[in-house]
Design a protein around this ligand. Sequence first.
Ligand SMILES: Cc1cc2nc3c(=O)[nH]c(=O)nc-3n(C[C@H](O)[C@H](O)[C@H](O)COP(=O)(O)OP(=O)(O)OC[C@H]3O[C@@H](n4cnc5c(N)ncnc54)[C@H](O)[C@@H]3O)c2cc1C
Length: 554
Amino acid sequence: MTRPAIVLLSREPGMRALVQRALRRRYEQDYQVRVHGDVASLRETLGQLRADETPVALLMVGYGEEEPDGLSVLESLEVDRTALRVTVVRWGDWSAARPIFDAIGMGLVDRWITVPELETDEEFHRTVSEFLDDAASRRGTSFEAVRLVGHRWDGRTQHLRDLFDRNHIPTGFYDAATPDGRAVLLGAGVQDPTFPVVLLHFRRDATVLQNPTDIQIADAFGLFEPFGEEEEFDLTIVGAGPAGLGAAVYAASEGLRTIVLETEAVGGQAGTSSLIRNYLGFPSGISGSRLAFRAYEQAWTFGARFHFMRAATGLARSGDHLSVRLSDHSSVRSAAVIVATGAAYRRLGVPELETLTGRGVFYGATVSEAPAMRGQQVYVAGGGNSAGQAAVHLARYAEHVTILVRRPTLAETMSEYLIKEIDAAPNITVRPRTEVVGGTGTEFVESLRLRDVGTGAEEEVPGVLFVLIGAEPRSHWLGDDVAKDRRGYVLTGDAAPHEPGLPTPALLETSVPGVFAAGDVRHGSVKRVASAVGEGALAVSLVQPHLGWLRARR
Ligand SMILES: Cc1cc2nc3c(=O)[nH]c(=O)nc-3n(C[C@H](O)[C@H](O)[C@H](O)COP(=O)(O)OP(=O)(O)OC[C@H]3O[C@@H](n4cnc5c(N)ncnc54)[C@H](O)[C@@H]3O)c2cc1C
């Protein structure tokens, strides 16, 4: 197998020697390390790697007093879109910081790193390893714990690809219509299957599942840890997005017997984000799924139990106990519940496009679909941050991305740093005052009908559509006892009604005593990762007095 390349350019001999030594010692086994002291020979190497179809994982270029044009050189180099563009600086060169952050903000540079001054600089290597991991996931992983064979544009197949991806399960996808797909089935001895087929390659018995339900998959993975009917937890957290994970870490670390229920994947909406740039502590950003996975490990290490691929379907109270019903007809008993079920994408409501969902019309960022957009004309409907991030991510692969917004500009709905990044991207344009009103296609979307909201003029364009037009709270499962606003967001604190004789609900407490809400599902929430995490932690601090109150009553 071709080893991907790590390519370094530094015209400062001291910097070049230090970085080269560190890279060669640690990474030469798995990567081709190419080092250059001048731009011309570097360009030659990049051309040669392209001709040999050798992927570039990292393109690292020195920047500082002795090479002040480092950033513009890095921006000007032609390299695979899956490569990470990294600028290398000396520690203490503060004047470099502003231009670097601006270049990152514009999407011209991906990351920065400081020169390893010591012979073994573990901080440098930790950062390089993270970069390599990001680059590897941009290219697609090659270790396949699971093989999925199905029809590329089948909705269920796509759902599973997305689910495995977001749950960090290394998965190889094989289109059933290709020779590779047929070979995988033949190798597993599967004839006339019902698609999609899931092969659990990591298990000794190489389990084969045909068109499995989520629950069957969870069981086959060994993710389901049954609990007894009589088992009771201090706290049930419903949803493992940022709010649920935030709550899980704090609850478990404070010794509460905690169970987390999640119907899809850890990370929730944040887990679908390719890069979260505004979360505390990650100056060059972190992918949503990586952040979520770390939080999951942290909560698990503290002792929180997780129950995956089962949805909460109802909530009941009997005396001091709360009981959450699950989609497999079991239920979980606890003294308190935190509702952290977040929000889901609003549908477009165009019937001819609804039938093409998953076949050229996608809801949300669907990170796993991005590489399939190579060479395509892509349209992103929506003017919020999630639409902006999706556009930037898709532009790495697509020929061109057009953002469709009903308003005249993005200014009111999108963060400034994203607007700048979009302005700077050569293959993204914004089309204001435009909505999608129709489309054609049978197997796959063929065209989209766009309407100018001012003039009413319509135009038919070929292209793929990603819809990110806002979200609706996932609170329907709660029934009527838990009070909600008219859009379905859960009311808490002063806004929540309460039974006469009972104390006023605490800050994040709902109209049902002992049931709290945190994150996007809550009326008045801020819709940010950090605030969802914070609300999760805050809700736990309110659970503690509730448990004390229950104990005092017994
Ligand atoms: C593409 C994208 C990019 C974003 N980028 C940023 C960013 O850069 N910075 C930022 O601050 N914010 C960003 N956001 C917003 C941020 O992700 C959300 O505000 C945050 O995820 C909300 O967290 P939450 O836990 O409240 O809800 P969610 O993230 O929605 O998580 C809810 C979880 O509950 C689960 N669930 C739902 N119903 C049930 C049920 N009945 N039973 C069991 N489980 C259930 C869901 O599967 C989900 O995992 C982005 C959002 C998107 C979509």
